[in-house]
Design a protein around this ligand. Structure first.
Ligand code: OOG
Ligand code: MG
Length: 276
């Protein structure tokens, strides 16, 4: 069954209001009413409401690219969402928890596109041609659903819990030739790098970039596939979040959070409680 346009708009408005007001809503139970495609239609409407407030899309994110993370949430399909300019928090800057519901943080890798990715259905732009640089990233997810629990369709409609993100410094990716000589990082070098998430200076979770779909370069392929299938654009300059390398950790009570990725670098944020 597919919901009519009014219903999709109405669902999007409820999710948007929950995000703007920082108050959780009951699960929508969309798995009983619609397929994935329709859930992405709701998501695109949620994102359009942000764009209409002057908050443009600047990238795309993946979720559940890591088994541990998927098991934590009980959802095992890879999902995609949009990143907007207003979600970005500068490296080392303050994340205000006021207005968020029950934020969690997870360590990720980000990619920067140097060119538009061809999604016409012809030959896909290869990773080495499309991706200019990689950065360590923190994603702050904040499900708009009560108890942070949802079905696949619910979390897709909720823009995959996207809330904020922090990027560390970009590290240019060389071609295989460059790297043999200089020791610079190339796509193959990303295969199995240690990742740690530190909360208040203590290690809260550790993992490897290998936990992201077996190799983080596959996150780029998954972005292309999902973009084509569910109607995302991948223009030059887009930021892609590859998905968490570990489980997510609640931010309430934390003062700082940082990600460290071997050979790539680190990124951090400071937490403010909103009423201080
Ligand atoms: C959905 C978002 C998952 C990831 O990196 O796996 C995600 C959620 O867990 O609420 O962003
Ligand atoms: Mg994530």
């Amino acid at each position: 069954m597919s919901a009519g346009p009014d219903t999709l708009d109405e669902l999007a408005t409820r999710l948007d209001r929950a995000a703007v007001s920082g108050s959780a809503i009951p699960q929508l139970g969309l798995h009983e009413r619609m397929d994935e495609q329709a859930a992405y239609e709701v998501q695109h409407r949620v994102v359009r409401l942000r764009e209409e407030r002057g908050d443009p899309v600047i990238g795309m994110k993946l979720g559940f690219t890591n088994q541990a993370k998927a098991a934590q949430m009980g959802v095992f399909d890879v999902i995609a969402g949009s990143l907007t300019a207003g979600m970005r928090v500068g490296d080392g800057e303050v994340l205000d928890l006021g207005g968020l519901i029950h934020p969690r943080v997870e360590p990720e890798l980000a990619f920067l596109l140097r060119r538009d990715v061809d999604l016409s259905g012809g030959a896909e732009t290869p990773f080495t041609e499309a991706v200019a640089a990689v950065a360590p990233a923190l994603e702050i997810i904040d499900s708009r659903y009560r108890d942070f629990s949802f079905s696949l369709q619910d979390v897709i409609a909720d823009n995959t819990s996207a809330s904020r993100f922090v990027l560390g410094p970009w590290v240019p990716l060389g071609g295989p030739g460059d790297c043999a000589q200089s020791g610079a990082l190339d796509a193959r070098g990303l295969a199995n790098l240690g990742v740690s998430l530190d909360i208040d200076g203590e290690v809260a979770a550790t993992g490897s970039t290998a936990a992201i779909l077996g190799h983080p370069v596959r996150a780029y392929d998954a972005c292309c596939r999902m973009a084509r299938r569910f109607g995302f654009a991948l223009p030059a300059g887009s930021i892609l979040l590859a998905g968490a390398a570990t489980v997510a950790v609640p931010l309430a009570g934390a003062t700082t959070a940082a990600v460290r990725v071997a050979r790539v670098g680190s990124a951090s944020l400071r937490v403010s409680k909103g009423d201080e």
